[in-house]
Write a protein that binds this ligand. Structure first.
Ligand code: HEC
Ligand code: HEC
Ligand code: HEC
Length: 288
């Protein structure tokens, strides 16, 4: 279950961000629900074990089917419901076919009930049955969804290897520690008037970022834009200008540029990548 590839989906991001809110709020106020580890048989329905994110796509279909049935029920169109009830029935049963350990969590009987009420045109009871089905969805999600999303769909950085300046390799985390050291060494040197050290360590910083830039393609395959956004022309312009300012002894301007780099490079990247990574490490401590 190590650092599985994930889906590039904004919903993952939103989910983790929302979840982090619940997480922190719940530690202070309400007692937290205890999250449960998903059964191992789930793994075969996700990448890389599977070619597709089969489990997730079944879930997307379930949601669509539930919505179609509920909208037609509200509109009083029982005949239009028929097709969608059949689809829901099939996909709902797939839950236990795919993960037998979860069989007790679903109630296929409710689907037969739903079909009967739709046939009779009894919309109020069809609506109530739909709510009961929805409750089985929610119950499972409450306990299992967060860890499943974190395990199979959040990006991991542990397996990424970067080139260091001596031609060897370094881990993502080692690169981060070097970045931090160079950034602070530059700021300390500027503060203390050691301009030669500031020039050198700001060059180191720029090189370490170039090395980091080679790793973006691990996840952002065939998409040059993410790298350009954070490490592209604007950042290169700031570094060039920084070298000039430091050499000219313009300390205030140099400090200002360093601040801009920290915000537009480090913080901008951390706001998406590091927050999720930290959250994943909290949720899946054994995965480290
Ligand atoms: C890919 C975008 C990205 C950029 C750009 C980036 N970081 Fe990071 N940083 C991360 C991620 C992701 C983590 C968490 C890594 C992990 O959990 O293994 C991290 C973690 C860190 C850490 C903690 C390392 C540890 O020991 O856990 C430090 C310090 C850090 N970054 C500093 C910086 C500085 C300084 C810069 C800018 C000069 C920077 N980073 C730019 C993505 C980025
Ligand atoms: C036995 C457990 C279980 C049941 C029952 C279940 N789900 Fe899920 N569902 C999950 C898990 C686990 C995830 C997390 C998948 C992920 O993040 O990759 C999920 C995720 C989802 C998502 C994706 C949310 C998102 O955008 O990331 C939707 C939609 C969904 N379920 C709909 C449903 C509906 C509708 C039902 C009921 C008809 C249902 N599920 C029943 C386990 C279940
Ligand atoms: C381990 C996987 C991984 C690596 C490595 C990675 N990213 Fe990302 N990045 C993601 C995911 C996941 C998202 C959110 C979904 C998306 O936008 O594709 C994202 C989003 C982004 C975004 C869009 C955020 C926004 O503002 O909308 C940018 C920009 C970005 N990454 C830049 C980078 C850069 C630059 C690097 C290399 C230094 C990098 N990424 C390396 C996984 C990764």
């Amino acid at each position: 279950m190590k650092s599985a590839p994930f889906l590039f989906s904004p919903s993952v991001l939103m989910f983790l961000v929302i979840f982090s809110g619940i997480w922190s709020a719940s530690t202070s106020a309400e007692p937290m629900v205890s999250l449960k580890e998903p059964p191992v048989s789930l793994e075969q329905w996700y990448k890389p074990a599977n070619k597709r994110q089969v489990w997730l796509h079944t879930m997307f279909r379930l949601r669509r089917e539930m919505q179609a049935i509920s909208e037609y029920a509200e509109q009083g169109k029982p005949r239009a419901m028929d097709k969608w009830i059949k689809r829901l029935d099939k996909d709902y049963r797939k839950i236990a076919e795919m993960v037998p350990e979860w069989e007790a969590l679903i109630k296929p009987r409710l689907l037969s009930d739903l079909e009967t009420f739709a046939e009779k045109g009894d919309m109020p009871r069809a609506g109530r049955t739909l709510k009961m089905i929805k409750r089985t969805c929610d119950d499972c999600h409450t306990y299992y969804q967060p860890l499943v999303t974190a395990t199979y769909r959040s990006p991991g950085y542990d397996d990424i290897k970067l080139q260091d300046t001596e031609g060897g390799t370094q881990s993502f985390e080692e690169n981060m520690e070097l970045l931090s050291a160079s950034l602070n060494r530059t700021l300390i040197a500027l503060d203390d008037g050691h301009n030669d050290i500031a020039v050198q360590s700001s060059k180191d910083l720029s090189q370490q970022l170039d090395a980091l830039g080679e790793s973006c393609g691990n996840c952002h395959k065939d998409d040059a834009y993410p790298r350009e956004r954070i490490l592209g022309k604007e950042t290169q312009r700031r570094f060039a200008s920084l070298q000039d300012k430091i050499s000219a002894g313009q300390v205030r301007d140099s400090q200002k540029l360093m601040g801009e780099i920290a915000v537009t490079v480090c913080a901008r990247c951390h706001n998406t990548h590091r927050i999720i990574s930290d959250l994943r490490n909290v949720l899946l401590p054994d995965d480290r």
